[in-house]
Design a protein around this ligand. Structure first.
Ligand code: KG4
Ligand code: ZN
Length: 338
């Protein structure tokens, strides 16, 4: 049983992805992005479902071809059960079920948020794996959570957003500034050229380890409306400083909560995941925290931070080792909890 091949399938949002894992190593990691949503400044669920249906067979074909194996060599099919957009999840779930049924191999349902966390356990040269227990912070366009991870499948959500996700805060700020979608990477790029203290945005007051980002978005909107009334070129003249100031505020919020989480739990190993973990500001702040607060921090390889199927495949592999398989009547779950 040292030669386990598992196919992972991810279709929770707007990326159709498939990956083959051989024991702990990723052999292929294929993603079909759906550029259609850029025109609308956000993901349109109906269009996402249709694109998944178009993409899923070619993406799985490619994943098998790149791994240089045939589907008959697979030991199990792992798929994202939730959370996510229901129509998108249904495509991956139905496809995974049918393929497992056709090949007569086990089906393994995976929680997308556990995938973001357990992506740290993919074997990658030069990347260390966090020891249990550790604190995971998952920051993406759909989610913002702080999780106490005691073991692979023993985790507690100890904090989360009560409204917008942090990636949403980036994307909505970008919309106000007239930047493209998703705006996170562009704000990050401009932030590195600007003065983070040029403009001040107040941090939301939220109890404990929970987050709130919708007030920040509104504060930015009012600020920009006021300033452009006085100077119509305000955005163009100050874009880098505005981005730097927004980023400084957001990073401050995330770091404050991590400080509190490590204080409350006594755990100083911190792992991040999700699309926003690509952000240069959070990466730097985490590194600085190693000196300042005695943290040890873990940032996954870039291709395993944004939505991908390798993280689903690694969870599939870990569950396969425990023979933790799905029932044949398992259903997609848009609000699945960790
Ligand atoms: O994990 P992901 O690919 O998909 C979701 O599950 O949402 O995350 C996408 C989010 C978007 O909101 C995008 O703006 C943000 O991640 N993002 C960034 C950066 N790269 C991607 N936000 C800030 N800085 C970045 N460098
Ligand atoms: Zn995600």
């Amino acid at each position: 049983s040292e030669n386990i091949y598992i196919l992972g399938i991810e279709s929770s949002c707007d990326d159709t992805a498939a990956s083959i894992i051989h024991n702990g190593k990723i052999l292929s990691n294929v993603i079909a992005n759906q550029s259609i949503h850029e025109e609308f400044g956000g993901v349109v669920p109906e269009l996402a479902s249709r694109a998944h249906q178009q993409n899923i067979v070619p993406v799985v074909h490619q994943a098998l071809a790149k791994a240089n194996i045939s589907k008959d060599q697979l030991h199990a099919i792992a798929f994202t059960r939730g959370p996510g957009l229901m129509g998108s999840l249904l495509v991956g779930t139905s496809f995974a079920k049918s393929l497992a049924f056709g090949l007569n191999i086990p089906l393994i349902d995976v929680n997308h948020m556990q995938g973001h966390i357990l992506a740290h356990f993919i074997d990658v040269e030069g990347f260390k794996k966090p020891p249990f227990p550790f604190i995971a912070m998952t920051i993406s366009g759909g989610h913002t959570q702080i999780v106490k991870v005691k073991n692979y499948f023993d985790m507690d959500v100890i904090g989360e957003t009560i409204d917008d996700a942090v990636g949403e805060a980036y994307d909505k700020s970008g919309k106000i500034l007239g930047l493209g979608y998703p705006a996170g990477p562009e704000i990050d790029k401009r932030a590195q050229l600007g003065n983070p203290k040029a403009f001040k945005f107040t941090k939301p007051k939220v109890d404990g380890l929970n987050f709130s980002f919708s007030g920040l978005k509104t504060a930015i909107l009012y600020f920009i409306q006021k300033e452009t009334k006085a100077n119509p070129n305000f955005i163009a003249e100050n874009i880098n400083d505005i981005c730097a100031s927004i980023q400084y505020t957001i990073i401050g919020i995330l770091i404050d909560k991590l400080k509190l989480a490590t204080k409350q739990t006594g755990i100083k190993h911190i792992a991040i995941g999700g699309g926003v973990s690509a952000n240069s500001g959070i990466r730097k702040a985490l590194k600085d925290g190693e000196q300042k607060f005695g943290w040890t921090t873990y940032v996954p390889k870039f291709e395993f931070t944004t939505d991908n199927a390798a993280m689903i495949a690694i969870v599939g592999y870990l569950k396969y080792l425990e023979q933790d398989f799905s029932e044949a009547n398992v259903t997609a779950s848009a609000r699945l909890r960790i």
